[in-house]
Design a binder for this molecule. Structure first.
Ligand code: AMP
Length: 367
């Protein structure tokens, strides 16, 4: 039986879902307001707003529906949920879209986070800064990504104007965490409640955008790995989740603090395409389709470099041993994720060296 999967959003995540779904015999119907969205080059694309009634009717005709863009309106997902199986469900989406609800969910499950307070006015921001102390980071509750909708407050004079800088939207003020490093954990849960987790990934950001991932993350103790599995397992159960869930973490000493979750396949899991026995994209589709999940073990040391702004010449990138290029076919633009490179190697050192060559190529070609 050929299943047709409807997907809200047709960006690079949708493009990689379509790539992973082809061998499984899946067909896709994407909805995205952008006529040039990458997944449209691989599968049917309906160019429409996410709440367009005709587009929602077309998705409701599919066998299953998922989403690859976490800012799709919850109302659209809720409406679809009454007509077709939508995975993950509207509740997970609603929680992930609001930093305050997300933090409340973490707190209910005993998952530590940076200390925070909600802020909806200048006087509230003043009070929150006095209570939490500086440095702190002010983040909009909704619609923030890749460092957008955020401002770091280091000195008292940074406070005035900060609320304006984020568009006076409801926000949270978070204490700035002096983390040792950033990690993420990605896991998948099936309809039957089976959970499989990828090992911890180490992530480096640049200007708020993911730059590099290394997997399996180096210097991870079994206790840390276990803790990450417990945390994401608790979230998956609490949200009665089906599909892939990603959680960004700060490591402070031997502790893990949750930063934010993404109810979808995630940039820090792109290494799984070439570096794990089953990619995050295939496992998401397996879960959504009610199929058995695939093994999540890493095949060996792997890494991922995001190509932000432009894609360097493929000839240079592919000259790197065991490097694999994913060019999303997007127009070049500063701060835009237009592709990524996954790299494998016999050792973590080799992976790091190969990524460094790719970084040089990216820097050299940027003029
Ligand atoms: P976010 O949009 O919450 O993922 O934040 C983007 C990036 O900003 C994170 O990956 C961190 O590098 C940094 N960041 C966010 N919140 C904090 C915090 N409370 N303490 C330290 N760094 C942070």
């Amino acid at each position: 039986m050929t299943l047709r999967i409807g997907v809200l959003g047709a960006g690079q995540l949708g493009w990689m879902l379509a790539l992973a779904g082809a061998p499984l015999g899946l067909r896709f119907r994407f909805v995205d307001p952008n006529p040039d969205a990458p997944a449209g080059r691989l599968a049917e694309l309906i160019v429409a707003d996410y709440e367009d009634p005709a587009a929602l009717d077309a998705l409701a005709e599919c066998d299953r529906v998922s989403y690859e863009f976490e800012s799709v309106p919850v109302a659209a997902v809720e409406a679809l949920g009454g007509r077709v199986l939508v995975c993950p469900g509207a509740r997970a989406l609603g929680v992930a879209q609001d930093r305050a609800l997300e933090k409340a969910a973490f707190a209910r499950l005993g998952i530590p986070t940076a200390e925070f307070l909600t802020v909806a006015s200048d006087p509230e921001l003043e009070r929150a800064c006095a209570s939490l102390g500086l440095p702190a980071v002010l983040k909009t509750r909704r619609l923030g990504y890749d460092g957008k909708g955020q401002v770091v407050l280091r000195r008292p004079q940074d406070i005035a104007g900060a609320f304006d800088a984020i568009g006076r939207a409801p926000a949270i003020l978070e204490r700035l965490v002096p983390f040792d490093r950033e990690l993420s954990v990605i896991a998948v849960r099936s309809e039957r409640g089976e959970i499989r987790s990828y090992g911890l990934t180490e992530n480096t950001h640049r200007d708020g955008i993911l730059h590099l991932s290394l997997a399996p993350a180096p210097n991870v103790t079994p206790a840390l790995e276990r803790r990450a599995g417990e945390i994401i397992g608790a979230l998956l159960e609490e949200l009665d989740y089906v599909g892939v869930l990603a959680l960004e973490l700060f490591q402070v000493g031997s502790d893990l603090l949750a930063n934010e979750m993404a109810p979808r396949v995630h940039n820090s899991g792109h290494w799984t395409i070439d570096g794990a026995r089953t990619s995050q994209f295939e496992n998401h589709l397996r879960a959504v389709c009610g199929l058995p999940l695939g093994a999540t073990d890493a095949l060996g040391p792997a890494g991922m470099l995001n190509l932000v702004g432009h894609v360097p010449p493929a000839r240079e990138l592919l000259a790197i041993e065991d490097a694999h290029l994913y060019d999303y076919g997007k127009a070049p633009r500063p701060r835009r994720k237009v592709g990524h490179l996954t790299v494998r190697g016999p050792t973590l050192e080799a992976v790091r060296n190969r990524l460094a060559v790719a970084e040089q190529s990216l820097a050299k070609s940027s003029g």
